[in-house]
Design a protein around this ligand. Sequence first.
Ligand code: FE
Length: 350
Amino acid sequence: MKKSLYLILALLLLVLAACGNDDAAESNEETTDSKEVNLYTARHYDVDDELYKKFEEETGIKVNLIKGDADELLERIKREGDATEADLFLTADAGRLYRAKEDGLLQSVTSDLLDEQIPENYRDTDQMWYGLTKRARVIIYNQDTVTPEELSTYEALTEDQWNGRVLIRSSENIYNQSLLASLIEIDGEEQAKEWAAGLVNNFARDPEGGDRDQAKAIAAGVGDVAIMNSYYFGQMLNSEDAAEVEVAEGLGLYFPNQETTGTHVNVSGAGVVKTAKNKENAIKLLEFLSAPEAQGTFAEANYEYPVNSAVEPSELLKSWGEFKEQDIPLSSLGDNNAKSILIFNEVGWK
Ligand code: FE
């Protein structure tokens, strides 16, 4: 009995030793035979981690996660240069993905599956990055003091009736930079600047806090309307914090510019790093995250819209109704980013 145990142990050790040798041999190679992918991600959602686990189970490719703030991660990839371990960079906002591209940190990849799963307007024109989840920047309003009939467009929030009633976060935030970039693309620089100045004029307070804090400020009576990303409203409605649920239940969601230029949308997305040592694995992960199953999970757990049109949004998102989106390439958000920062400074949007 004891003897056979030793035999099994000895065999196990042999197998382990063999595996170890394999790894050593592979790590010397430049190509993509290794069974891992190094993901630098600025997203910090539990649902993402669950999806990576599923990917590992399905493919045997291990996902090594480096989490951080988007700009820090970009700096890190730059600093590490050719020696960087990063294979894939994932972050919120097309404006940031554009920065990674402009800084020469990404490479163009082709995949029929990615082309099939991700519509053209949600990916980079040079295939340097691909959108994975979609969000709308909507108007959230106090149901006691505002009727949806009073609302119409982003532009209309600059009118006198909204004086001292508008809540929105700081212009340092990329979501606002991208919103203004979209208005520059659609209305031109002059009109976009007028809008920014008009909105500042109607601010309920100096910008502070994140998107969710704008909703909370409505509940606290600081203002009546807020511009914020759709998924935050979903998160609040489903929060474990009863106070957040109560706040959200007193609010309504409105898709602006439905009769005109459409509601501003943006994506979370990812691009393969220029020096990726596990390029094929990185593409496989992109393909997995844009496939119907992962897209459904994103929508269900995080209240984001799927980019894959074969996938239906979750029940909550469906209850908000369908909406018309801005008809501009997302790459224009990056193209106009510098201009929007300049305008924000000029009009004194903190
Ligand atoms: Fe966000």
